[in-house]
Ligand binder design. Structure first.
Ligand SMILES: Cc1cc2nc3c(=O)[nH]c(=O)nc-3n(C[C@H](O)[C@H](O)[C@H](O)COP(=O)(O)OP(=O)(O)OC[C@H]3O[C@@H](n4cnc5c(N)ncnc54)[C@H](O)[C@@H]3O)c2cc1C
Length: 400
């Protein structure tokens, strides 16, 4: 059925390529109103706020070049969507589905409000390769608790087809877009050297990195080599479609496996909404020590353990940290210092451009031994890790 007007509520799907919600809105409605609502309840830290602003500006350019525009509001996303839908006489609302407890509440509230207003709400896939809950263990249960069987099922599963980028996007007559900066304010990065945001930058980076992809299995742990794709912030904000990425030719299985970890934690969060608050493994939370001085030294990169300090300084400088360094610094905080993983996850969440409820807490719990690691007592020795992954001390020197 063709509708006259649909409001597309954007969240962390900030792209025009392989964007199922946008593509469907354009295919099913004559006019599409792309809307982003800065939600004060989310309290986005400065690093991600700046990345978000750049991503929204880039998205606005992409929409405008196709004849559309981006509307930006501040407030409760449900109230703002309904207000705008009324103002433009919309018949439907499109939204990319997400799984955090907050996103689910927002979806439910939106569904109720749309019901009251007689607006058709439609949810679309887009934040993962395989939507959470779409593959479940044949042995029962609503999610996979262990990665390797999930990886097998994920590979065997039939993925949705990617969707075409709309060529033309038409706003209702008389409606104009907004500069996201006027709503998000002066978003100044806390880290001095962060990656720039936006879909254009994501696509440029992917293209530049692809020739190195074949070397990923050998080089992804090479700390000074910095040979991973650095696409995580773009995946977090949806500047890049994880499915389009996964179906890009030339990616080795080792890389797809990492993308699968991302989906794995998403399905874990969907099934266990308290992932950021509570140990996933029953009774796994220890008596964590309370030592604010040790915590502060870890945060500041001043523990005196060179590889740990280097990682923490990379995080502060770039708002990003190499995966191997994340493992080492997190293991040091929880298993060596005996401090609570939640304090570590909170510090990462403040600074990381890619900080994600699912990935951040899922990985922290894995390292702390409270999550899905099948060897929960393993500890990464900083010395051995340095010998293996930074043998010449180049990474340490770079971040000292
Ligand atoms: C304690 C800790 C906290 C972490 N917090 C986050 C977080 O908040 N957000 C986040 O995106 N990643 C997180 N990770 C996972 C991983 O470190 C980053 O995704 C990766 O370093 C990003 O760099 P990249 O894009 O170059 O990765 P690549 O090696 O190029 O991998 C490609 C993509 O696969 C995904 N991926 C890779 N490793 C993992 C993993 N272990 N778990 C889930 N997805 C993965 C990411 O989306 C990444 O962009 C964390 C890891 C640890 C140990």
């Amino acid at each position: 059925m063709t509708m006259k007007t649909v409001v597309l509520l954007l969240t962390r799907d900030l792209r025009v390529h392989d964007q199922p919600a946008l593509a469907a809105a354009c295919a099913n409605a004559e006019r599409v109103v792309p809307l982003f609502v800065a939600d004060p309840a989310l309290d986005v830290p400065d690093n991600r706020r700046r990345f978000l602003l750049e991503s929204l500006r880039d998205l606005r350019d992409a929409l405008r070049s196709r004849g559309g525009d981006l509307l930006v509001r501040s407030g409760d996303p449900v109230a703002e969507t309904i207000r705008l839908a009324r103002a433009v006489g919309a018949e439907g609302v499109a939204l990319t589905a997400d799984v955090s407890a907050y996103a689910l509440r927002r979806q439910e509230r939106l569904a109720r409000a749309c019901g009251r207003e007689r607006l058709a709400l439609k949810l679309f896939a887009g934040v993962t390769v395989v939507p959470a809950g779409e593959v479940t263990p044949s042995t029962g249960g609503d999610h996979y608790k262990v990665f390797t069987p999930y990886w097998r099922a994920w590979q065997a599963h039939r993925w949705r087809a990617t969707v075409a980028t709309p060529r033309k996007i038409l706003l209702p007559d008389g409606l104009t877009g907004d500069d996201p900066g006027t709503v998000l304010g002066d978003a100044k990065s806390e880290s001095p050297s962060p990656m720039p945001g936006g879909e254009s930058e994501a696509r440029r980076r992917l293209k530049a990195w692809l020739p190195q992809a074949a070397a990923y299995p050998d080089r992804h742990d090479d700390m000074p080599g910095d040979a991973t794709s650095r696409l995580s912030p773009y995946l977090h904000f949806g500047c890049l479609s994880p499915l389009a990425l996964a179906t890009t030719g030339g990616l080795p299985d080792a890389y797809l496996r990492q993308l699968c970890w991302r989906d794995f934690y998403q399905q874990l969060l969907a099934a266990f909404p308290n992932l950021g608050l509570q140990a996933y493994r029953p009774n796994a939370d220890e008596q964590w020590k309370d030592d604010p001085v040790a915590l502060q030294a870890w945060q500041a990169g001043a523990t005196g353990v060179p590889i740990v300090d280097a990682g923490m300084r990379q995080l502060a400088a770039e708002g990003w940290m190499h995966n191997r360094a994340r493992l080492i610094t997190a293991s040091y905080l929880t298993k060596t210092l005996g401090l609570d993983w939640r304090a570590g996850a909170a510090w990462f969440a403040r600074l990381l451009l890619d900080a994600d409820v699912a990935n951040n807490n899922g990985n922290w719990q894995w390292v702390a031994g409270t999550g899905t690691d099948t060897k929960p007592y393993r500890r990464f020795s900083p010395q051995r890790q340095t010998e293996r992954f930074d043998p010449d001390g180049e990474y340490i020197r770079r971040w000292t």
